[in-house]
Design a binder for this molecule. Structure first.
Ligand SMILES: Nc1ncnc2c1ncn2[C@@H]1O[C@H](COP(=O)(O)OP(=O)(O)O)[C@@H](O)[C@H]1O
Ligand SMILES: [Mg+2]
Length: 260
């Protein structure tokens, strides 16, 4: 299950893999200014980020530094005030509304701090939902969803209502739901923020394992420096700028060969 065959909307048909050295996502000089009345808040002030296929990149920074804002912009859930974002070499700004919708729905997936599952639906129904919304026949969608639940270690809970699961289990379901559509880019916003230490570790280990087995590309916002340190690269977001973080001891360099 890979995103290798994914076609970038509007492209001449070159796949993400055949793009070779082209980064999965590149953000250039991103600025985001929130205005309310006369007040202006500059959250991003020229942030730059390039992430290649197979990388797991951590973004750390104090609360309110703009990590969520940055992820929302990279997912095309929000627009920057200025700057450019390239997905597999294609400018997001150049895409049509239909292509942006396709990018949001298929190329990129989000894992949130809160799982946002539908509590009255079963775990497997929650995971199948993105496929059902794409028009994939129910039997096929449920079969793929069951495989993903198995991958995240939750096959025995497939028919439990999401609302009955523990916080760690709900986050596993949310990860399966994010990956079921084989996105080219996974964005995770404090995915372990609501979990105790043991569950946070288990969820991070799961993400590492899925990274290896599916060659995922992902960006993880977290205030958990111990987990960030175990990502390929770490960036600090402060004063609207992304800087290679020194927490690794080797700023911006690969931290440890733990992944990939
Ligand atoms: N829609 C918005 N309108 C106005 N201000 C916002 C909006 N979204 C976020 N902010 C502000 O932008 C700053 C960065 O927020 P956020 O991206 O959530 O930071 P983080 O995720 O690092 O905690 C905060 O001061 C927040 O209040
Ligand atoms: Mg946030």
């Amino acid at each position: 299950m890979k995103a290798a065959e994914s076609q970038v909307p509007g492209s001449s048909g070159d796949s993400i893999l055949s793009a070779g050295a082209v980064p999965v996502i590149r953000a250039e000089n991103l600025r985001k200014v929130f205005r309310s009345g006369d007040a202006e808040l500059t959250v991003l002030a020229g942030a730059e980020l390039t992430v290649s296929e197979g990388e797991l990149v951590a973004i750390v920074g104090p609360s309110g530094s703009g990590k969520s804002t940055l992820l929302h912009i990279l997912a095309a859930l929000d627009t920057p005030t200025s700057g450019a974002i390239y997905f597999a070499g294609h400018s997001l700004q150049a895409l049509t509304d239909a292509e942006i919708a396709d990018f949001r729905n298929r190329r990129v997936a989000f894992v949130w701090q809160r799982h946002h599952l539908l509590p009255d639906f079963s775990a497997v129904e929650n995971v199948a939902m993105p496929l059902l919304l794409r028009g994939i026949p129910a039997a096929e969608a449920m079969q793929i969803a069951r495989q993903w639940l198995d991958e995240v270690g939750l096959a025995p809970r497939a028919h439990h209502r999401a609302g009955e699961l523990s916080g760690g289990e709900q986050q596993r379901v949310a990860i399966a739901r994010a990956l079921v559509g084989e996105p080219a880019l996974l964005l995770s916003d404090e995915p372990t923020g609501d979990l105790d230490e043991g569950n946070a570790e288990a969820i991070f280990e799961l993400m590492q394992r899925l990274h290896r087995s599916h060659r995922l590309t992902s960006i993880l916002a977290t205030h958990n420096l111990a987990l960030a340190r175990r990502c390929h690269r770490v960036f600090q977001l402060e004063h609207g700028i992304l800087e290679p973080s020194s927490i690794s001891g080797r700023p911006g360099a690969q931290v440890k060969g733990e992944i990939g």
